[in-house]
Ligand binder design. Structure first.
Ligand code: FES
Length: 360
């Protein structure tokens, strides 16, 4: 064995390259002294009972702060309720409930960290490696370790601290439980009713989105697709407009008439091959915005549901549960496209149990 210029050892080892030639290599290993553990710095809370008591008080305060924020989150849910007519109410509700939960978790986490850092036993020791594998002795040792941890952390001894932690932990999930209340509709209004009425009505003109200009039947050439809203929608206030638009958006397309395979109960809902369907996907409500004019398929980009326009927008692929609702259309005496009525079925997602009286 040889020595390198730094005093390290040079060892020989057999090796072979990719072409199979074998040889002997020299590997340098540097020798150095075991640096050992750095000197352990003792905490002030170990030597000064007053400081330890102060740290304990801080931890207790953090746990109670966590409790206060959890209660605030619950209160915020009721103080800033969600008003279905006012979209800004959703933002305020989410903001304050979220802040309550976030600060509740932050205070709880900070309390636990401070407890471990300043109050639990601060001792360093080296543990020799040993074989893994459970044995009766190991089980016994685990119990001893738990008992030791309990003793060292003071979990049983420091009753105020322990009870504060338990109270804070129990309170933390409560805001989440309160949020489940949103699954209940306070007005006893069935979700289907909310989506059953839109701005469409008899004689309402179909206008371009977003310009609001009306559309003549002659404007709609074969293969074209228009994004359409009801006339008058742009006159609404901002929040009202968003709510109304979310339900009333429509896609207008023209197909060769012979390609349309209309249901017998929907004869007269189209105009010379021009058809209008809700743009709100019946899966979970994304806008169905992609029209493939050669196949006459509509594609929802969210989860790839596809609807066949030639066959009353039945679902031919993907997770959507039912066809897109059709808007019955006609032409007024000035040649503009108008709705014959509102949709005759609820628009949008179908994940609740639909009622039979809408026959959808
Ligand atoms: S929302 Fe359209 S496929 Fe999921």
């Amino acid at each position: 064995m040889a020595e390198d210029e730094h005093g390290g050892e040079l060892r020989t080892a057999n090796s072979s390259d990719r072409s199979g030639n074998s040889g002997t290599a020299l590997i340098a290993t540097e020798s150095f002294e075991d640096p050992g553990h750095p000197e352990h710095g003792h905490r002030v809370t170990d030597s000064d009972p007053k400081k330890a008591k102060g740290a304990e008080r801080v931890v207790v305060v953090l746990f109670w702060v966590s409790l206060v924020f959890s209660i605030f989150a619950i209160a915020a849910y009721f103080i800033w309720p969600i008003d279905r007519e006012d979209i800004t109410s959703v933002r305020w509700n989410s903001l304050f409930v979220g802040l309550g939960i976030a600060f509740g978790m932050l205070a709880l986490g900070s309390g636990v960290v401070a407890w471990a850092k300043y109050l639990m036993k601060d001792e360093e020791f080296a543990e020799a490696r040993h074989k893994t594998g459970a044995s009766p002795a190991t089980g016994k040792r685990v119990v001893e370790i738990f008992a030791q941890a309990d003793e060292e952390s003071g979990f049983s001894r420091r009753k105020l601290l322990r009870n504060s932690l338990i109270t804070a932990v129990l309170a933390l999930p409560l805001p989440g439980i309160v949020l489940l209340r949103d699954l209940y509709n306070g007005n006893n209004e069935h979700p289907v009713d909310l989506l059953h009425e839109t701005m469409w009505d008899e004689g309402v003109r179909l206008v371009r989105d977003p310009s609001g200009t009306p559309i003549k039947a002659s404007d709609v050439t074969i293969g074209s697709a228009f994004h359409v809203i009801p006339d008058g929608l742009n006159d609404l206030g901002h929040d009202e407009l968003l709510n109304a638009k979310a339900k009333a958006v429509v896609l207008l397309m023209r197909l060769p008439e012979e390609k349309l395979n209309e249901r017998p109960d929907r004869e007269g809902w189209s105009y010379h091959g021009i058809v209008a369907y809700s743009k709100v996907c019946t899966h979970v409500g994304c806008p169905v915005a992609l029209y493939e004019q050669h196949t006459h398929h509509l594609l929802c980009p969210c989860h790839q549901s596809q609807f066949d326009v030639t066959n009353h927008c039945e679902v031919i692929f993907g997770p959507a549960g039912r066809p897109l609702p059709q808007l019955p259309i006609a032409v007024d005496n000035e040649g503009y496209l108008v709705a014959q009525s509102d949709f005759l079925e609820p628009v949008g997602p179908t994940f609740w149990e639909r009622r039979n009286d809408y026959n959808v």
